[in-house]
Design a binder for this molecule. Structure first.
Ligand code: PMP
Ligand code: GLN
Length: 382
């Protein structure tokens, strides 16, 4: 995080968004939508501000939002966390992850994640004093090798940190992998923390929450966020749910991080979580065509592309275009094609950069005309 001269490194997303601003290139780097989500959700935030809900909300989040989160978990997955004590509202999924790791990891404890991993995991595990162990996901399907997973999870493992659907690969972990995670967590008495922020963004496969696996609920903290589901990434309303004693430990840390956040956005999220089922499927339906458009454009430009089952990211290999250093390729891409993307090395341990050296992530949560402009630019690479 901090180099020998005391310089704090900025995240890849900030660097690449700045590059997009400077060059006017289409920003398919940082993942955020360029259109607003459901009107009812936006309207409720405005109404809440006008009602005067502008002061500190309750520490664990408003009871109404915690109730809506619990109802959502029940409606979609048959889970029933108690809004009183088993649900916590946080400043985005990021704070849920931070408070969880700070609460549960003791110095030197091991935290297992898949690799590549969402970049915040590396920083947060380091801040918590944990040791980061990884299991590699490899193209084309980015599912882990079960023997590698078995080898990495040991009695030293405090947390298995799962992310499905997975950023950056777009993989939805298969049932056999989820079962193995639950089995290994039980055998080694590890806690499962599962980041399911893309839970509603899946295409032809169903998202299975880890907490629904037999025996898993008692040791699983489930994290999500309204940012992806309702296209409100700037609101930073996230949450977690799980066993009372774990939620209590996380709440204790959370009160010294943000304390609380987003008073008028909390009722808006509750409105979102109570929308009819069709509103949730509409999000994935809108993204499916965009995935296909960008995926076809990348293939036509000469990339090897790996079609994702979930999230709004596509990974592509630039090797067939003659590039084996994706970081250099991404710096040149605004000039070459008028597009910004992110190298997968940003989602890896530094010592593993070489394993992902030619892979690039593109976001497709953009309007069709924006994606078409990107596809036209990418065609110049041929
Ligand atoms: N986890 C993953 C896998 C993500 O992609 C993101 C969004 N960038 C987050 C967590 C953070 O979510 P939030 O914006 O709600 O903090
Ligand atoms: N989750 C988004 C991404 O992966 C953005 C995260 C961020 O900007 N920190 O692109």
């Amino acid at each position: 995080l901090v180099d020998e001269d005391g310089h704090v490194s900025s995240t890849i997303f900030a660097e690449m968004s700045a590059l997009a601003m400077q060059t006017g290139a289409v920003n398919l780097g940082q993942g955020f939508p360029d259109e607003d989500g459901p009107e009812a959700v936006l309207a409720e935030a405005v109404a809440a501000i006008e009602r005067g809900e502008n002061q500190y909300p309750p520490g664990p989040g408003t009871l109404d939002l915690r109730t809506a989160i619990s109802e959502h978990q029940r409606r979609f997955y048959g889970l029933q966390p108690d809004p009183q004590g088993e649900v916590l509202v946080t400043a985005g999924a990021t704070e849920a992850l931070a408070a969880t790791l700070l609460a549960l990891v003791e110095h030197g404890d091991e935290v297992v994640t898949f690799e590549p991993f969402y970049d915040a995991y590396g920083g947060l595990i380091a801040l918590a004093g944990g040791r980061h162990r990884t299991v590699k996901l490899r193209a084309p399907d980015f599912q882990p090798d079960p023997d590698e997973l078995r080898a990495v999870v040991t009695d030293r493992t405090r947390i298995i940190l799962v992310n499905t659907p997975h950023n950056p690969t777009g993989t939805v972990l298969d049932r056999a992998t989820l079962d193995l995670i639950a089995e290994l967590a039980e055998r080694h008495d590890a806690i499962i923390v599962t980041d399911e922020v893309y839970e509603h963004l899946t295409f032809d496969v169903r998202h299975v929450p880890v907490a629904t696996l037999p025996g898993a609920a008692g040791r699983t903290l489930t994290i999500s966020s309204g940012g992806k589901t309702f296209s409100t990434t700037g609101w930073k309303i996230g949450w977690l749910s799980g066993p009372r004693e774990l939620v209590t430990a996380v709440s204790t840390v959370k009160q010294y991080l943000s304390y609380v956040n987003g008073a008028p956005f909390q009722p808006a999220m509750a409105t979102g979580l109570r929308l009819p089922d069709a509103a949730f499927t509409a999000i994935a339906d809108g993204l499916r065509g965009k995935r296909d458009l960008l995926s076809a454009g990348l293939s036509a430009a000469g990339f090897d592309t790996f079609r994702p089952d979930g999230t709004y990211f596509i990974v592509a290999d630039a090797t067939p275009l003659g590039f084996d250093d994706a970081a250099a390729f991404c710096r040149a891409l605004p000039e070459l094609a008028g597009v910004v993307a992110v190298p997968l090395s940003a989602f890896c341990l530094d010592r593993h950069d070489a394993d992902y050296a030619s892979l690039v992530r593109f976001a497709f949560c953009k309007r069709v005309e924006v994606l078409e402009r990107a596809v036209d630019g990418l065609a110049r690479l041929r």
